[in-house]
Design a protein around this ligand. Sequence first.
Ligand code: BG6
Length: 489
Amino acid sequence: MIFGATGDLAKRKLFPSLYQLFIKGKLSEQFAVIGIARSSLSNDQFQANVKESITTFLGTTEKVDEFISHFYYKSHDIADPSSYAELKRIAEELDQHYQLEGNRVFYLAMAPEFFGKIAEHLKSDGLTDVKGFKRLVIEKPFGHDLESAKILNNQIRKAFSENEIYRIDHYLGKEMVQNIQVIRFANAIFEPLWNNRYISNIQVTSSETLGVEERGRYYENSGALRDMVQNHMLQMVALLAMEPPIKLTTDEIRSEKVKALRAMRPLEGNAVHENFVRGQYGKGTMKGENVPAYREENMVNPDSNTETFVSGKLMFDTFRWAGVPFYIRTGKRMTAKSTKIVVQFKDIPMNLYYKTDQTLNPNLLVIHIQPEEGITLYLNAKKSGQKMDATPIKLNFSNKDVHDMNTPEAYESLLYDCMIGDATNFTHWDEVALSWSFVDKISAVWENEKEQNFPNYESGSMGPMASDELLAKDGFFWWPITDLDVESC
Ligand code: BG6
């Protein structure tokens, strides 16, 4: 059951992803989707919408009529018990018809203020009363801060147990985010170096070119800290910082991530100013077009104090990471759309090439999350020719070159995981709570103090100067998000 079936997420991501699973034979013949939303639509109209979404976003019609024949629609009032009773009746009929053995997935793809209420009704009106499995998939934002997240969690826990709740963080569905573990734990050459003896710092960037678009109302109350840092950025950092799990099971992996988040040094008061930078985009040019400042966007306060950019320095108080900064940065209206992790290794103990005035580049391991997917290892090697000069080179692996196809969309793999009952790439409540408690302390400072310099970065740039200064204080700089200009092999 998809609550919010006429919304953007369903149209852009869920229907196309389900279709891909169907085409790849990963959905059994026995499935039915009930689309649920407020507006009144017939089944035929709803099926036509699903078809349109497939043709628009995937440009294909292969077996699409067969696919949409599994879709049903129910116009629904989320506060009305009789509406749930009707939904229950439809679900039971479909269960019989498709022999679903009482297995149900409830996907909440709608405004977060309704999550708790729907979950409560699903239980009180008997929809969770099934002999098969019941699972709740819940979109972000999971609360607005720790307090509201706790309230929401308590509401949904009345109807679903922790292991029946699948909290979506779509970054965990990205192929290369999932690859972080494999790169770390399946290679003898990285894990021994993955610590403060060999790594000088780690940089995680997720930059976007888009502004807030039509989401001004939501974004004004969220800002980049809640929108990106609390979830996606901290999830990537946890995967980089965690200890190897004893087994690759959901519980073991999640518990290592939780441990990593617990070791993250909390920042309060002045430490927030010293370690975190906020930015808001002003106007500028993107691809030759003039774009407005954040404060001129729709539904945005002309005097807004909301940040559209965050960079920060995170420290983990563990034996492995003591002294190694993890820098994160994310923002809207930046130079390019790119998510990248750069692991910078420490310099070698002495430079034998100093006589030729050569400074050696540090070794870097770059994990390209998007739009490219792959890894690059920057090394130093001999420059061809007579002299023993060193030159930087790179070893490149690109996912797309090898598999000659697009990797599955994040939602495709997350939907599949949920159907087979694998919650590894979903966030556990403990992770959500720890992330909120870290982020809340930062927002408490920022919300209390109006930033006088907003807007402080131009659209199309890499954020405010203070973000560069944050690293410069430690003797580092942000590695460019574009490929470094060195020979490839
Ligand atoms: C969402 C945020 O979670 O992630 C958006 O709400 C942001 O503001 C998006 O644009 C970025 O996702 P991706 O996959 O495009 O990097």
